[in-house]
Ligand binder design. Structure first.
Ligand code: C2E
Ligand code: MG
Ligand code: MG
Ligand code: MG
Length: 289
């Protein structure tokens, strides 16, 4: 009897596996089709200087405008794209589109883009990135690559070599979601990060969990002590913004400061602001004459 039930459990398991594999294959084909039909889109979310409130740059966040499923979040397709290798084509599209958007924005704004660990470790990552950026004419200094700690754990030497190349090519590097992964303090001194982004789970717990306040303060002191800019993610309330700013956080990002907007809308907004500022300057100049 035990044998029989074992066999049927196995059959159920097999069926489950087959369905999963089938689903994954369908999604892979779907991603490829989506790239061909230009269904992917970058949204832009502002990053703001904590002291002045000035927008200093934008983070590009991918969305999939799926013909049947509607707007799909990265959490629902990036993991599958990573397993199947589709992340390479997708990641290249992100770099190309981010460069195009950066070229439409004023030079003082930087653009951050997320790089998957699979993409980061791909043998052609550096050469492809270099080629795309060169063709676009964008200064690498305007691009910030956001990576997570998972990039660092497997192969220390290789990760260090890639990061060193990126730095010497002029790119800025940010350590995303800091505090959630395998957070090792030694990462911070060993690798050449320009920016640390405090994960939003700590920001959300500010003021309610005693430990969160200490953790956030420690990350800020550590980052700044090592000469990095510290950015808080997921800032949703004024209280969080004030607390972070008073604790010495350099930049804020979150719904309070601005939600991610479709790139076209964000760029229009940026251009309008610029035009208004120019008009003000022109008005002042005319007044003086
Ligand atoms: P992330 O890089 O840590 O991005 C921050 C996420 O927090 C985004 O979710 C953003 O929409 C969300 N967020 C921003 N402000 C707030 C806030 O105030 N409250 C809350 N609750 N959430 C906020 P999103 O766009 O769904 O992206 C999720 C993750 O998917 C990203 O996390 C990143 O790891 C990945 N991802 C996004 N775009 C790309 C991409 O182009 N390539 C790759 N490889 N990964 C991407
Ligand atoms: Mg990010
Ligand atoms: Mg993050
Ligand atoms: Mg994240």
């Amino acid at each position: 009897h035990a044998k029989k039930s074992g066999r049927s459990t196995f059959r159920i398991y097999r069926r489950g596996m087959d369905e999963l594999i089938e689903k994954r294959r369908a999604l892979e084909a779907d991603i490829e089709r989506g790239l061909e039909r230009e269904e992917f889109e970058l949204y832009l979310q502002p990053r703001v200087a904590a002291r002045s409130g000035d927008v200093v740059g934008y983070e590009a966040l991918i969305r999939w405008n799926h013909p049947e499923r509607g707007m799909v979040s990265p959490g629902d397709f990036i993991p599958v794209a990573e397993v199947s290798g589709k992340i390479i084509a997708l990641g290249e599209w992100v770099v190309r589109e981010a460069c195009r958007l950066a070229s439409l924005c004023p030079d003082h704004l930087h653009l951050s883009l997320n790089v998957s660990p699979v993409q980061f470790r791909h043998p052609d990552f550096l050469s492809h990135l270099d080629r795309i950026v060169r063709v676009s004419g964008i200064a690498p200094q305007r691009l910030e690559l956001e990576i997570t700690e998972s990039v660092l754990i497997d192969d220390d030497e290789r990760a260090l070599s890639i990061l060193t190349h990126l730095k010497s090519a002029g790119f800025r590097i940010a350590l995303d979601d800091f505090g959630t992964g395998y957070s090792s303090l030694s990462y911070l001194s060993r690798y050449p990060f320009d920016v640390i982004k405090i994960d939003r789970s700590f920001v959300a717990a500010l003021g309610t969990e005693e430990a969160a306040n200490s953790i956030v303060r420690t990350i800020i002191d550590l980052g700044r002590g090592l000469g990095m800019r510290v950015v808080a993610e997921g800032v949703e309330t004024i209280e969080q913004a004030v607390h972070l700013s008073e604790t010495g956080c350099d930049e804020l990002q979150g719904y309070l400061l601005g939600r991610p907007l479709p790139a076209a809308e964000a760029v229009t907004e940026i251009t309008n602001t610029l035009v208004r500022e120019l008009q003000q300057v022109a008005g002042l100049a005319a007044h003086r004459e």
